[in-house]
Each structure stands twice: as C-alpha cells, then as structure tokens.
Design a protein. Structure first.
Length: 64
C-alpha cells in the first residue's frame, strides 16, 4: 500500500515539473507561430472583396 503513495507523490512531482517547463517554454516564445504570417500573404486575395462597380479589363489594348 505504501508503494501507491510513493507513486502518487512521484507522479504529482513529474506533472508539476512538466507544467513549469511548459509555462517557461510558452513565455520564451517557443510556441510562436512563425510560419502562418509568411503564408497568409499568398491567400490574402481570397479574403479581399472586390468592388462590383470597378470593371477589370482582361484583354490587352491592340494597336492598329
């Protein structure tokens, strides 16, 4: 029965240790997302709504 108490104490110490390491890694910026901002500019055109009153010309002007 005493083994259960020892294992319980060890598991709580390990859990607290991992929690402290997680908090330290979050504060140091290890989990900052550096990939998404560089890719966001590739998909920015889909988010911008076009004004329907502006007509775009898809053909080039031909010189006569």
């Amino acid at each position: 029965m005493s083994v259960i108490y020892i294992l319980l104490i060890i598991s709580i110490v390990v859990a607290v240790l991992f929690f402290i390491l997680f908090i330290l890694s979050v504060r140091s910026g290890q989990f900052d997302d550096t990939y998404t901002p560089s890719v966001r500019m590739l998909f920015e055109d889909e988010m911008v709504k076009e004004d329907p009153s502006v007509k775009k010309s898809t053909t080039k002007n031909k010189e006569d």
